[in-house]
Structure formats: structure tokens, C-alpha cells
Ligand binder design. Structure first.
Ligand code: PEP
Length: 255
């Protein structure tokens, strides 16, 4: 298997943006623009937008995902949403371990692992985010940081379950900052993560795993980033909130 046979996935991460009505409007304008995509197209939206987003995209090629889930099936976790709840409403995807969750909400590699396992158990496909801080890149430990995050997050995940894991390499310094990793930097770290997966499982699993780049990917830089052999798609924040920009990224991924 190689890049040509791996699934290319373009996923939007709306973060804490859009009311249900605004979200439905955005998706409605996106539908005709991405309908011929030759890649998977996902919109990960706030919990309260999920239902409206599903309704708006029924019968289209846009799939809907959540931005997080808890590790317990149910219980005394005020304000949380379980993977089972998402799965029960027909949601297929969930982002786990986004750097904003790690940075602002105390997410650790251990809780990321618990959430990943819960999501897989509930039948969801996980978009697992890993990435280094700027200081870590400057200290030359990017490979170690991404390897460690990947290894801990995937603890207890079987080779079979890896079919439902997408990894998003997201250097923290590039998220929402307008700074983008160069295409070579993105390719290098996605390749390092692929080697980590080969070590944890085997070459076949590593070759089959979709590894996205995320961090200020936009309609201007997507084509170069996505041309790289180890970059199998993108996780898109800001540019996923503008239908035309997101659609151009989808087009770049479909070439
Ligand atoms: C993200 O939120 O995952 C992200 C990559 O954001 P942005 O594209 O805005 O940098």
C-alpha cells in the first residue's frame, strides 16, 4: 500500500464556532462545492450542532464528527458527552487529543488514550491529534514528543482497530497562528509517526494509516502540503469555516 491507495481525508474542525442554524447554512453552501471530492470529507462540529449538521448533510458525501468525547459510557461527569451517546445518534468520527484540549482543559496522554479506547469501543473512527510545541521543536525533540504522544495514545489499540484511527500531526505552533509547517517539515514528521506505527504494529498497518497534517492549512498552501508522500489529508480549523476555502482544500486533495 502507498499514498495512492491510502484514504485521503479532509476534516474540518469548527472548534467553538457556529450555532446549529449557522452550521447548517455553512454545510448547505459547502455541499455543491465538495460533491465530486475524490477524498473523504468530514466536518467536526460542536456537540450542539451535531443534529442540525447531520440533517443538513443527509444523502451527501460530507460526514459529521464531534470534537471530543469522554472515556466513560455514562455517569457522574457533568457537562461531558460519551462516545456511546455520539454513536447512538449516528456520528461516525471524533477528534481526540486536540492541542487546545491538552492546553486549556488538562488533557494528558493518559486521558487521550482512555478517550481513544472508549471511542473505538463505541464504534467511532478517531482523529487522533499529536504535535509539538515551538520550544520542543527548537530543542530538537519533535520526533520524541510525537512518538511518545502516539505510543501512549495507542496503548491497548489493536492492529484491527487501527483501521478506525486517523492521525493528525498538528504542530501546536502552527494551529490558528497563520504559521504553517513547511511541506517538508510536515512530511518528515508524518513519516516519523508512520515509522512509530510500524514499530508498534507492522509495516502494513503503518502504510494503511491515514496521517493528516493540521496547522493553518488553507486554500493557498494545501496543494503543496498534500503533495507530500506521507501527508494523507488535512485537519482544518479556520479555513473550514468558509465554504469556498474548505472546498478548495478538498479539491487540492482530490488531484
Ligand atoms: C485545528 O484546529 O486543528 C487547526 C489546524 O486549526 P487551524 O487550521 O486554524 O490552524
Amino acid at each position: 500500500m502507498n499514498k495512492a491507495t491510502r484514504k485521503t481525508v479532509i476534516a474540518g474542525n469548527w472548534k467553538m464556532n457556529k450555532t446549529p442554524a449557522e452550521g447548517a447554512e455553512l454545510l448547505t453552501s459547502m455541499i455543491p462545492l465538495v460533491k465530486d471530492a475524490d477524498c473523504d470529507v468530514i466536518a467536526c462540529v460542536p456537540f450542539v450542532d451535531l443534529y442540525a449538521a447531520q440533517e443538513a448533510t443527509k444523502g451527501t458525501n460530507i460526514k459529521i464528527g464531534a470534537e471530543n468525547c469522554h472515556w466513560a459510557e455514562s455517569g457522574a461527569f457533568t457537562g461531558e458527552i460519551s462516545a456511546q451517546m455520539l454513536s447512538a445518534m449516528g456520528i461516525e468520527y471524533v477528534i481526540i487529543g486536540h492541542s487546545e484540549r491538552r492546553q486549556y482543559f488538562g488533557e494528558t496522554d493518559v486521558t487521550v488514550n482512555k478517550r481513544v479506547k472508549a471511542a473505538l469501543k463505541a464504534g467511532l473512527t478517531v482523529i487522533l491529534c499529536v504535535g509539538e510545541y515551538l520550544e520542543q521543536r527548537e530543542q530538537g525533540v519533535t520526533a520524541e514528543v510525537c512518538a511518545m504522544q502516539t505510543k501512549i495514545a495507542l496503548g491497548g489499540v489493536t492492529a484491527e482497530e487501527m483501521e478506525r484511527i486517523i492521525i493528525a500531526y498538528e504542530p501546536v505552533w502552527a494551529i490558528g497562528t497563520g504559521l504553517t509547517a513547511t511541506a517538508d517539515q510536515a512530511d518528515e514528521v508524518c513519516g516519523i509517526i508512520r515509522d512509530v506505527i510500524a514499530g508498534l504494529y507492522n509495516a502494513e498497518v503503518a502504510e494503511a494509516t491515514t496521517i493528516q497534517y493540521g496547522g493553518s492549512m488553507n486554500d493557498g498552501n494545501a496543494e503543496e502540503l498534500l503533495s507530500k508522500v506521507n501527508v494523507d489529508g488535512g485537519l482544518i480549523g479556520g479555513a473550514s469555516l468558509v465554504a469556498e476555502k474548505f472546498a478548495k482544500i478538498v479539491s487540492a486533495a482530490s488531484k
